[in-house]
Design a protein around this ligand. Structure first.
Ligand code: DAH
Length: 346
């Protein structure tokens, strides 16, 4: 019987050699140490042995048992390692050289944002920040947007339920919170927080209940600028915008100002630009931004004397700047993570 015990280990080694899966491993294990297993059978036969042979036999069985357990454990570790390797995929060698062209880059909107900030900073503007969750007052009332104005309708603006609060957004009275529909609210927050003279620029997310199409997104970005000082004029604003658009789109850019209307500026303008260097958008007037002299009603609302202080404000779409610059014809491309948008732009 001891000699048949010796062959057990060898048999188990042979059987485990071809095992590839967990069920196969379990089956082989059961064949040797399960209730009906070969080793279990030997142990049962021990009872029939003469007492003198029992100790040697017990020792031999224990040795085989130990050897089998070690064998099964090694085989199990190998199977588990194989299963894990199949899950994580082929091994990665971090020392291999980069595949040419397959590295990431900053998102085009982030690149445009950085350029816009840098141009404004070169003109002495500092960066201001507001919150995306705003109060109805800062987004509309303080900006002289009248109560019944269409832009305030629930159809166009995302409101929070009455009574909702947000730690960073101060409410003036019992007004509702909303997701800001434009960055013009940053004008209000800035003038409340700092005394003029002020020159700030702010780029941030805005939200409108718009159905997405080639030129609309429910979530987009605006660039807001505000300058408040003594004797600021529309001429200052025009010079600043001319410089900005030339710095951003190239020196050949020409601008034209059309009278327009915004509740928070008076007079208000829309600015168009034209350039021979804009690919398929070359040599045609393109509407690019809104602006105007800060309405005295807005200054009064934040406690500034409009006789002493004057200012200008401008607002434009970050995506619009990016679309013209990169000749992208559908705003949705910016949000769909198409890998070509995430690669460096030559
Ligand atoms: N807030 C305006 C909008 O969302 C854009 C705008 C227009 C901002 C004129 C301004 C401005 O600061 O002066 O359409």
């Amino acid at each position: 019987m001891i000699s048949s015990l010796d062959t057990l280990v060898h048999q188990a080694q042979e059987a485990m050699r071809v095992v590839e899966t967990l069920p196969q491993w379990e089956a082989v294990k059961a064949r040797f140490v399960g209730p009906q297993g070969l080793l279990t059978g030997c142990m049962k036969q021990m009872g029939a042995l003469p007492a003198a042979e029992k100790p040697a036999m017990g020792k031999a069985i224990n040795a085989v048992k130990g050897a089998l357990e070690a064998l099964f454990a090694t085989a199990l570790a190998a199977i588990e390692a194989r299963i894990l390797a199949a899950k994580v995929g082929p091994a990665i060698d971090p020392t291999l050289p980069l595949i040419e062209g397959h590295f990431g880059a900053r998102h085009p909107l982030s690149q445009v944002k950085a350029r816009v900030y840098s141009i404004f900073k070169s003109l002495g503007f500092s960066v201001a920040d507001g919150t995306e969750v705003e109060s109805e007052w800062a987004c509309f009332d303080a900006l002289n947007v009248p109560a019944g104005h269409p832009s305030r309708a629930e159809k166009d603006t995302y409101y929070f339920p009455q009574g909702a609060s947000f730690p960073e957004t101060q409410l003036k009275g019992a007004e509702r919170l909303l997701l800001r529909t434009h960055t013009s609210s940053v004008q209000i927050r800035t003038m409340l927080a700092e005394k003029p003279p002020l020159k700030v620029v702010s780029i941030g997310r805005c939200f409108r209940r718009d159905t997405a199409d080639a030129t609309h997104s429910a979530n987009f970005h605006q660039v807001e600028s505000l300058c408040v000082d003594e004797k600021v004029t529309v001429v200052d604003m025009k010079a600043m915008l001319d410089h900005f658009l030339k710095a951003f789109f190239g020196p050949a850019v020409k601008t034209r100002f059309r009278p327009s209307f915004f509740p928070f500026t008076e007079p208000s303008f829309e600015v168009d630009m034209i350039s021979p260097d804009l690919g398929k958008l070359s040599n045609q007037w393109i509407e690019i931004l809104g602006c105007g002299r800060v309405n005295p009603a807005v200054l009064r609302e934040v406690g500034l004397d409009p006789v002493k202080w004057s200012g200008y404000a401008t607002g434009m779409g970050l995506e619009r700047l990016a679309m013209i610059h990169y000749r992208v014809d559908d705003i949705r491309h910016f949000y769909q993570n198409d890998i070509r948008f995430l690669l460096p732009i030559a």
